[in-house]
Design a protein around this ligand. Structure first.
Ligand code: MSP
Length: 503
């Protein structure tokens, strides 16, 4: 069976992770968990980008060896992913032998095939961007630390693949998403494409993978890091396990690294002779005020502070509900609290409390036996039955906030239904009315159970707590049929895990 393969970018270990970097990883985790509930054989890869100038500089600043630096910083990432309940299947570090050996093998193959050649290069170089820039780019002044450089280097024949790539993008509308980003790449490819300088002389950068055909050079960090997507899954053309996993279903990335993925990576794959990934999806940025949250701007939010104060699941929920994929989103504590209080404390939390408290109090803590269903009952059940399919459709289309909203709509409908039926009024009266209250509580508990299961990939912890409160632990997380709560099942204890945040 072929795998459902999704990846995050490899994060630079020149500094600690922040909310922006955590976002892509949470997004990948949520998608991965949804696909797992759909019984796909998911392979979710993340990792760290540990070579190159930025990392070398960070180590030099600390007056330690780069290897010591990366070994320390990778722990920060792994610790945060654990705290955020990121359930990845593999974590690749570009300093691992399984990666560097394969990178060398690919480089040698491309060199032997004439895809890489040596040439003298004279041009403007941006130290901060770690790449040669065009005269026009230098004049526009967007790049920092620009200097003139004459150097012999190795080049990958990227230009050779320009028209093939354009054709591929046009013929495969799923390849670059969202649509706007695809047009951006096509715009970029409208201009002549240069060959890509893929080496750095050791005289100015030592921290990298040595070129197998010239030990005076190390590999350009992007040419090294992008290959992780195939080295991690055991690249070699004929390897069966590799064939089962490649091509990736999703490369999830931020919009700032679109060109490196849609152009550098795609042409590298064409040169290696491999199929291109099914989708490269570029999401927008988390902003602080008007600007991108970034280390260099000093406006980052440390996810750990939020987790300690408000809990992991609430943070995961906010990030998934708030960002429309492809658009930028602003992060403020006020927005976070507002969203938490309205969706989690109010809609979800109140529903959990209402349902469980009434059953504890009036039905001896056991799921009551329902009587006959009336029109109001049947209407709600009919609506609830359509929800899971619609939510899954949204997830498949990467419309995560829309999918979550559909779950909330069902919750609000159950809350409304409870108000209309007011079981708390009839619960204590004669038997026919009591039976109607029992029906209402049975249906509410069952449908709340479906909502909770549907939110499990977003909030794995809190939803498990709620399912236990509903006595539903034995129900498979992907079973969205109705009538699955068992009559007579004892509820667990506790109240909603989403207390209101008081401002
Ligand atoms: N190492 C490269 C990627 C190599 S992939 C083979 C890199 N690393 S990074 O650590 O700088 O960024 C990793 C990802 O985090 C990028 O997708 C980037 O867009 C994302 N983000 C960094 N800041 C962000 C925000 N403020 N908001 C959303 N995502 C952001 O680039």
């Amino acid at each position: 069976m072929s795998k459902f393969y999704l990846t995050t970018p490899l994060y630079y270990v020149n500094d600690k992770p922040h909310l922006g970097t955590a976002y892509t990883t949470i997004l990948a985790d949520v998608i991965s968990r949804y696909y797992k509930t759909m019984n796909e054989d998911v392979f979710f890869l993340t990792g760290t980008d540990e070579h190159g100038q930025k990392v070398q500089e960070a180590a030099t600043k600390r007056q330690i060896e780069p290897k010591v630096h990366v070994d320390e910083y990778v722990i920060e990432f792994k610790k945060l992913w654990e705290k955020l309940h990121i359930d990845y299947d593999d974590f690749i570090r570009t300093t691992e032998k399984r990666h560097s050996d394969k990178v060398k093998k690919i480089l040698q193959q491309l060199f032997d095939d004439g895809e890489i050649y040596k040439d003298k290069y004279e041009g403007m170089y941006s130290v901060s961007e770690e790449r040669f820039i065009t005269q026009k780019e230098a004049e526009e002044g967007e790049f920092r630390q620009v200097k003139k450089l004459v150097e012999e280097n190795y080049f990958f024949k990227m230009s050779k693949y320009q028209s093939k790539l354009i054709k591929y993008i046009k013929n495969n509308p799923e390849f670059i998403q969202p649509e706007g980003r695809k047009n951006e790449v096509l715009g970029f490819l409208n201009k002549p494409l240069n060959d890509l300088c893929i080496s750095r002389p050791k005289s100015r950068l030592k921290w990298g993978i040595e070129l197998p055909f010239d030990n005076n050079y190390v590999t350009y960090v992007w040419f090294d890091a992008l290959l992780n997507y195939i080295t991690a899954i055991g690249w070699d053309h004929n390897e069966e396990s590799f064939r089962e996993t490649w091509p990736a279903n999703y490369h999830l990335i931020g919009k700032d690294i679109l060109t490196t993925h849609a152009v550098y990576w795609a042409t590298m794959l064409l040169a290696i002779g491999l199929p291109l990934p099914k989708t490269i999806f570029a999401h927008g940025w988390w902003l602080s005020g008007e600007s991108k949250m970034s280390k260099s701007l000093g406006n980052i939010i440390n996810p750990l502070n939020l987790i300690d104060k408000y809990g992991v699941d609430s943070l995961r929920y906010f990030l998934m509900k708030e960002m429309v994929l492809g658009k930028d989103s602003t992060f403020t504590i006020d927005l976070f609290i507002e969203r938490y209080n309205s969706d989690l404390a109010n809609d979800f939390g109140n529903l959990v409390n209402r349902v469980t408290i009434l059953i504890h109090k009036h039905f001896n803590s056991r799921i009551p036996e329902p009587g006959n269903y009336n029109e109001i009952d049947l209407e709600l059940i009919g609506f609830a039955k359509t929800t899971p399919q619609l939510v899954i459709k949204d997830i498949e289309n990467l419309k995560i906030p829309d999918g979550i909203e559909k779950i909330l709509i069902l919750m609000r409908k159950i809350n409304k239904y409870l108000e209309v039926k007011s079981p708390w009024k009839s619960i204590k009266s004669d038997s026919s009315q009591r039976s109607e209250a029992a029906t209402t509580m049975y249906i509410s508990a069952d449908l709340l159970r479906i909502c909770t299961q549907l939110l499990n990939p977003v909030m794995p912890n809190k939803t498990t707590v709620i399912l236990k409160m509903l006595g539903s632990t034995s129900i498979k997380i992907n079973n969205y049929s109705t009538n699955l709560v068992k009559v007579g099942q004892k509820l667990g204890n506790g109240k909603s895990p989403f207390p209101r945040i008081l401002i």
